[in-house]
Design a protein around this ligand. Structure first.
Ligand code: PBG
Length: 326
């Protein structure tokens, strides 16, 4: 590049029109997946560490789905808060075709069939251990868990789910779920794999929201990834693509955008990241104190996901962002 004054980097920043002209990255409502918490109650319930986010009753889902669709948000992701009396060591409730998440899926698909509905495949909202897998003799048993995950995937498919998102981090789950779906004739079911999911402390507020934090014994380090590792993320992504994932995800988001960039450079597959509950909480807390401009930081953070290479982002800010961009 020629030296100053032949090059003056400020020329292309000198007015709004030229900045618009040279801008490389755009954020639109179509980039967003909106995570939504549901519970068995009749009223919406606040989640203290996630100001502005509520656990919704089934009765409010139709209106919420229509709102998402009218804002141009392509899909929502559902997370059930399962009452403690329905949890057991095997996460049996996960495979009940009439469980809360299945009823939520069906409610939304009938109210707003145009909206994509995604649901996690993982046992943690349903186990009394708070773990994503089944504990046998004090350890998470990978292969026994796979059977239960396949059953869960099939009931959610039956309820009308559009995207199954295995978030459990068991080995081999994408392949087993894909095989079961093909066998059952669900050849178009989308799988978004939480492929590079780290054992992160940024999930704290989410675990309160779904009621799994009180239940959780120990940590998730034997299945979720070590935050120190990067190459391992690429191995996880490669395996999930090979096993039949249509889309992959990196999680958490802001502190892991280096992983997104490596994934996007190495693989040709739609790539997502999850701006998780703790990231949302940090921005909202600072904004509530007047320490940051909340909307500006929200938009900047999501633009950064796109710049790093994300095709889309899961974010609790989705409706607010879509409102501003719309
Ligand atoms: C459960 C799951 C978690 C999140 C999404 N799915 C938490 C966990 O693994 O403990 C976190 C989302 C967030 O923090 O917003 N498998």
């Amino acid at each position: 590049m020629p030296k100053f004054p032949n090059t003056r980097m400020r020329r292309t920043r000198s007015s709004p029109w030229v900045r618009n002209l040279v801008r490389q990255t755009q954020l639109t409502p179509h980039d967003l997946i909106w995570p939504i918490f549901v519970h068995e109650g009749d009223e919406a319930e606040d989640i203290p560490a996630m100001p502005g986010v509520q656990r919704l009753p089934l009765g409010q889902l139709a209106a919420t789905a229509k709102r998402a669709h009218s804002l141009g948000i392509p899909a929502i992701a559902l997370f059930p808060n399962t009452p403690a009396n329905k949890k057991d060591s095997q996460g049996t409730e996960a495979t009940n075709p009439d469980n809360l998440v299945c009823r939520a899926i069906a409610t939304i698909k009938s109210a707003c069939p145009e909206l994509g509905v995604m649901a996690d495949v993982a046992l943690d909202p349903f186990t009394n251990t708070g773990h994503d897998g089944i504990v046998v003799n004090g350890k998470i048993d990978n292969d026994i868990t796979l059977e239960q995950l396949v059953a869960q995937a099939l009931v959610q498919t039956g309820a009308g789910c559009d995207i199954l998102a295995p978030s459990d981090m068991m080995d081999g789950r994408i392949g087993r779920i894909r095989h079961a779906l093909e066998q059952a004739g669900h050849v178009d079911m989308l799988l978004m794999a939480y492929s590079a999911k780290y054992a992160s402390s940024f999930y704290g507020p989410f675990r309160d929201a779904v009621g799994s934090s009180g239940a959780l014994h120990g940590d998730k380090k034997t299945y979720q990834m070590d935050p120190a590792n990067s190459d391992e993320a690429l191995a996880e992504i490669a395996l999930d693509i090979d096993e039949g994932a249509d889309m992959v995800m990196v999680k958490p988001g802001m502190a892991y955008l280096d992983i997104v960039q490596r994934v996007k450079q190495q693989f040709v597959i739609p790539t997502f990241a999850y701006q998780v509950s703790g990231e949302y909480a940090m921005i909202q807390a600072a904004a509530a104190n007047g320490w940051l401009d909340g909307d500006a930081v929200m938009l900047e953070s999501l633009l950064a996901f796109k710049r790093a290479g994300c095709d889309g982002v899961l974010s609790y800010f989705a409706p607010r962002v879509a409102e501003i961009l719309g």
